[in-house]
Design a protein around this ligand. Structure first.
Ligand code: G3P
Ligand code: MG
Length: 234
């Protein structure tokens, strides 16, 4: 049977404040295969953050771009946790899991250039990383700048267009939402040499259905549930 990877979505966001070191630590404790998080380029610093505004997940308000990095780092992103930097998360994960960086924020083209430059450094193991996005032009730029970097194409709609694009940029993996998943799509992605990682799968029925459709793994807010299911069905 195909290997089934469990990828912690924003760490273990069903259990801990999303995109914090606490959340990544929890995901690693469960033994995830991969960790997904969102990265933004804010005034030249790579911060782990999903939204473009602070209000939902921190005690701050307004756009991230309206504040200094120092101020942003002083905010409470949940249970007293600060907004982490990419360097902090990469150090925490070490070689315990693969790392899925999702491109987010306002300045995604310069974010791409920074990430490509970073992954070229010797201290990073390029093969440990997947850079994913909904944004075709940014993924195309990665492919142009460094074809060795693993690309993940996220799609919540128009699966045929997204899969065609993924093929064009030699994507490593295709990340459809569960709502557009079907067996033919999985087969087509596999025929094109890509892994299929589905987002975001939290309940038992969807975990079972994903496995039945022969996907390579799932993004989940509850890595504990998926790992327990896999252990029981082994
Ligand atoms: O990569 C899967 C998923 O993280 C994409 O959506 O909004 O959770 O970043 P979002
Ligand atoms: Mg994400």
């Amino acid at each position: 049977m195909r290997r089934f990877d469990v990828i912690g979505h924003r760490g273990a966001m069903g259990l801990e404040p999303e995109n914090t070191l606490r959340s990544f630590r929890k995901a690693l404790e469960f033994g995830v295969d991969g960790v997904e998080f969102d990265v933004q380029n804010i005034h030249g610093e790579l911060l782990i953050f999903h939204d473009e505004t602070l209000d939902r997940t921190t005690d701050g308000k307004g756009s991230l771009l309206d504040h200094s990095v120092e101020y942003l780092r002083s905010l409470d992103a949940g249970q007293g946790e600060p907004i982490p930097t990419l360097a902090e998360v990469v150090e925490l994960i070490g070689d315990r899991a693969f790392i899925n960086i999702e491109l987010k924020g306002f300045d995604t083209a310069s974010l791409v250039v920074k990430l490509v430059h970073l992954l070229d450094k010797k201290r990073f193991k390029k093969e440990q990383f997947i850079i994913s996005s909904y944004l075709f032009s940014e993924l195309y730029l990665i492919h142009e700048l460094d074809p060795e970097i693993k690309i993940g194409v996220i799609a919540d709609e128009h699966p045929v267009i997204a899969l065609d694009f993924a093929d064009e940029v030699d994507a490593y993996s295709f990340h459809p939402s569960y709502s557009i998943l079907d067996k033919d799509l999985v087969q087509d992605a596999h025929d094109a040499g890509m892994k299929v990682y589905v987002h975001t799968v939290n309940d038992l029925e969807k975990i079972q259905q994903s496995q039945a459709m022969d996907v390579d793994g799932v993004f989940t807010d509850y890595p504990d549930r998926v790992i327990e299911f896999l252990n029981q069905s082994a």
